[in-house]
Design a protein around this ligand. Structure first.
Ligand code: SF4
Length: 330
């Protein structure tokens, strides 16, 4: 894994316009993604993780209102739509939970692949593009003889492989996978994660894996970023996060996962639900649910800061930082 970030997000805020105003779905996010790593982005539904993933590619409906996304010498937050079109697919690929929303049902797989290759590399002939497509699908465990089939003729797991093939066809530097295994059964999910692991090694792929499934993250991620209330509350290497959890929200998430050691007993249930992005509580957004909340927690919002003595481990929590290191709520 490189020490230079491939993608560097600073103070990023994203809003959704609604009839009576705006919803701040992502608030002041700082995050670095390094070449060759799998970064797991986790949190409950509505915490902003998918909005953050889409914001990197400037996909609607969210609108970036503040901050920067440095990638390959450009700030993606400020590029024109035409410049962004060249980055989507060719430099950064996206894999969605339901690949049918991205695949055209009346186009064969070979047409998807050759069209993508030739749009971004116009000098590639049709036969060369077909050859590249056949090699790729074969590498991803799909027989090349099926390349003329249509999306509906493949299973969910195979369609996810085709989405990865589309990203690899262009040598994308970064793949953002948004809940890619949620619709898969456990066996197909395990096969897909194995494939991602192999591709990561073989192609030195960098992957942002967005998921609510902590088990998936434990399987494949190098580092984990935990989101809550539209912001990152903890970041750490995966073993460090599981072995030395800092933020009370992350602790609750981990305790909510059934464990073989506990024999499925004593399953922890986190009280309450994530805050409404239309009506955020003052101070730390987790304070109404936090078993360790202190008076300062409802007055000031903690910033994401390094934990002393734990390299690469950051948390946004007053249990580890002094109150003056926060932002006074407005
Ligand atoms: Fe809990 Fe306070 Fe830490 Fe927020 S800042 S997680 S409320 S202890």
């Amino acid at each position: 894994m490189s020490t230079e970030p491939l993608l560097s997000i600073r103070d990023l805020s994203v809003q959704y316009p609604i009839r009576n105003g705006e919803v701040r779905a992502v608030r002041g996010v700082d995050l670095d993604i390094y070449k060759g790593e799998v970064l797991g982005l986790v949190g409950e539904s509505g915490c902003g993780k998918s909005t953050l993933g889409k914001a990197i590619l400037r996909m609607p409906p969210g609108v970036i209102t503040e901050g920067s996304i440095q990638f390959g010498g450009s700030d993606l937050a400020r590029l024109s739509e035409e410049e962004m079109r060249k980055i989507r697919g060719s430099r950064i690929g996206m894999v969605f939970q339901d690949p049918m929303t991205s695949l055209n049902p009346i186009q064969s797989i070979v047409d998807h692949l050759t069209e993508t290759i030739r749009t971004h590399q116009p000098d590639t002939s049709k036969s060369q593009a077909r050859e590249i497509a056949e090699t790729l699908v074969d590498r991803l465990g799909i027989r090349a003889s099926r390349i003329d089939d249509y999306p509906h003729q493949f299973s969910g797991g195979m369609r996810q492989r085709i989405m990865i093939a589309l990203a690899l066809a262009l040598n994308a530097d970064l793949v953002i996978a948004d809940e890619p295994t949620t619709a898969l059964d456990v066996i197909v999910e395990a096969q897909f994660l194995d494939l991602l692991r192999v591709l990561k090694e073989e192609f030195n792929l960098t992957i942002i894996l967005i998921t609510h499934n902590i088990g998936v993250v434990a399987e494949i991620a190098d580092r984990v970023a935990v989101m809550y209330g539209g912001t990152i509350v903890e970041v750490a290497p995966v073993l460090e996060l599981f072995g030395s959890t800092k933020h009370p929200y992350t602790r609750g998430l981990l305790q909510s996962v059934p464990s073989i050691e506990r024999g499925g007993r004593d399953l922890y249930r986190m009280e309450g639900s994530p805050p409404s992005l239309l009506d955020m509580p003052p101070g730390c957004s987790f304070n109404p649910r936090c078993p360790e909340a202190m008076p300062v927690c409802s007055e000031t919002e903690p910033r994401l800061l390094p934990i002393e003595g734990d390299a690469g481990h950051l948390a946004a929590c007053f249990l580890y930082h002094r109150a003056r290191e926060g932002r006074v709520s407005t």
